[in-house]
Design a protein around this ligand. Structure first.
Ligand code: HEM
Length: 536
């Protein structure tokens, strides 16, 4: 009863109320337990998509968190979400939720206001068409190395790969090179270099695997574990500490190298614009923390954040895209035909790769397929904003039709009080038939292709967020992903693994595309078969 009163005070009586939610929907605990809690029919269930909004007949639903009675407004409404993304002084990031990323210091993802502007101003100039062109080239290089390894293993028949494992490696090598000038090869990066205990790739992946251990273990327990041997928890904390330390040393190497370039006046030769910008902002003499200066800790923290944000998101999305290829051979065929037109003699090789400007615009169906993939599996499933001034947003009521489609759609204004929280429910927005039509549950890349009579609903697509805090790496991610998807399909025919053959389609889809919440939405069983196309 008091939960309902709290929700009414914050959002008025006109907004439907779902009652209590047990965990703050955007904090670490909700992510860690998200795969199994809340339960299927409990509000906040991670896999619910648009279903609760149908149940409550509204694109806005209010609820109250159990532990601290925070009124939360859940939204799957494009109009409301667009206004929230643009009103950045009223709706600010829930920075507390980003604490797990602040291991080395403050960074662009976990700050707000003038602090955030300072970080973003430093990073922004590194994201431009020249760097996209380099991202394209590096993607081609890394893929070719992977292709060679695959073909060395098995040239003539098909072989099974774990798409997630593969693309985590591909995208990490690409961001390490395009962002930070660390141009490692597929094989070389598996051995620790002199002076290091862990290889770079191992350090990154182990640190990320243990990010929640790091975030949820109190500092004093971590310190204690470094001094005495704790049963059970000790070995996990040792691995966590060692991986973060190993990664710190790798990042310091990158910074030292870059400093040497800056001091030696050779910055123009550096392809890694992002690292150069971070290091220059650290070395500037200007004593102006509000403009473009970063502390040592902030440089390391931003490198860590970009390494993480810059590879896991793309890797998981690509993995789902490859899964969809195995499930939808007709879509795969269209991508193959698109790729065949621009690469009639086979996949691009490093030598002929500087072709981003020429080829990217010609891969429009591949781009649509990638966008459709992240409509279904947006790597960031929910975003959360804290309300800093009383205001209102427009949402919509509707009546579900016979097939669940919304009818009698009517706008209404939801008052939103200071101190409450809004949850941008991206997966629900992406499954809202008001914008995507009654075939919203079908995989249909065509919905991202404009025609003379149709313009795809930009405001209902929030995979890269929107407004001033939208993803800085959006173009980077699209360049890398489109190049990778087209190249893999050009070279290999992708099909389902043997254990799924013969099962009904709905089951194949459910099993292949299983996922769990994590730092970003994570595919768990994306295993497919690849067979070379140009070898009989
Ligand atoms: C498919 C790939 C990607 C998706 C779907 C994606 C999605 C997003 C989303 C939803 C946000 C907003 C997060 C928030 O407000 O908490 C975001 C922010 C960010 N992304 Fe991405 N991202 C992708 C790839 C990348 C890449 C490749 C990079 C870097 C090279 C990158 C760097 C960042 C950074 C630094 C931010 C924070 C921006 C800020 O707060 O100013 N992302 N991304």
């Amino acid at each position: 009863y008091s939960a309902h009163r709290a929700a009414s005070r914050a959002f008025g009586t006109i907004c439907p109320r779902a009652g209590l939610i047990w965990l703050h929907p955007f904090r670490t605990l909700a992510t860690v337990f998200g795969a199994s809690f809340p339960l299927k029919h409990q509000f906040g269930y991670y896999y619910a998509r648009f279903s609760f909004y149908v149940q409550y007949r509204s694109t806005a639903i209010s609820a109250v968190t159990f532990w601290d009675s925070i009124p939360t407004l859940w939204l799957s409404d494009a109009q409301a979400i667009k206004s929230i993304a643009s009103e950045v002084t009223i709706f600010q990031k829930d920075v507390e939720a980003y604490e797990p990323l602040n291991i080395y210091g403050q960074n662009v993802v976990g700050t707000e206001g003038t602090e955030w502007k300072r970080h973003r101003r430093v990073a922004n100039p590194a994201f431009n068409e020249a760097s996209n062109s380099f991202v394209w080239m590096e993607t081609v290089r890394v893929l070719n190395e992977w292709f060679e390894e695959l073909d060395a293993k098995n040239k003539h028949s098909s072989l099974t790969i774990d798409a997630t494992e593969t693309f985590v490696q591909v995208t990490l090598l690409v961001i390490a090179s395009a962002g930070f000038g660390r141009r490692a090869s597929w094989q070389e990066d598996l051995k620790p270099p002199p002076g290091h205990k862990l290889a770079f790739r191992t350090a990154v992946s182990t640190a990320l695997d243990h990010i929640f251990v790091k975030a949820l273990t109190p500092k004093w327990v971590q310190t204690l574990a470094s001094r005495v041997r704790l049963p059970y928890l000790g070995p996990v904390l040792d691995t966590t500490r060692e991986s973060y330390e190993a990664l710190r040393l790798h990042m310091l190497d990158l910074v030292s190298l870059s400093r040497a370039w800056v001091v030696g006046g050779k910055v123009d030769n550096m392809e890694a614009g992002l690292l150069r910008n971070l290091v220059e902002a650290n070395m500037t003499q200007a004593d102006d923390l509000h403009h473009k200066k970063l502390t040592d800790a902030e440089v390391l923290s931003n490198i860590f954040t970009f390494l993480l944000a810059g590879h896991e998101t793309s890797a998981h999305s690509l993995s789902f895209a490859i899964g969809f290829m195995a499930l939808y051979p007709d879509v795969q065929q269209k991508i193959y035909e698109e790729a065949l037109k621009i690469w009639p003699n086979g996949c691009p090789t490093t030598a002929s790769a500087s072709s981003y400007k020429e080829f990217m615009p010609k891969l429009s169906y591949t781009l649509a397929t990638f966008q459709e993939t992240i409509r279904f599996f947006a790597p960031v499933a929910r975003l959360c904003k804290i309300v800093h001034a009383d205001t209102s947003v427009t949402a919509h009521r509707f009546t579900p039709g016979l097939n669940g489609e919304p009818t009698d759609v009517t706008p209404f204004s939801v008052p939103v009080k200071t101190g409450s929280v809004v949850v941008i429910d991206i997966l629900a927005l992406h499954s809202n038939p008001m914008y995507w039509g009654n075939d919203v549950d079908d995989f249909k890349p065509e919905r991202f292709v404009d025609t003379e009579t149709y313009r795809w609903p930009r405001d209902a697509f929030f995979a890269f967020a929107g407004g001033p805090r939208s993803c800085i790496g959006q173009r980077f991610a699209l360049t890398e992903s489109v190049c990778a998807l087209a190249s893999v399909v050009r070279r290999y025919k992708i099909s389902l693994p043997d254990d799924l053959a013969g099962k009904p389609f709905a089951e194949q889809k459910k099993l292949l595309l299983r996922w769990k919440p994590g730092v970003t939405l994570t595919p768990t069983h994306c295993v497919v078969r690849l067979a070379r196309r140009d070898i009989s």
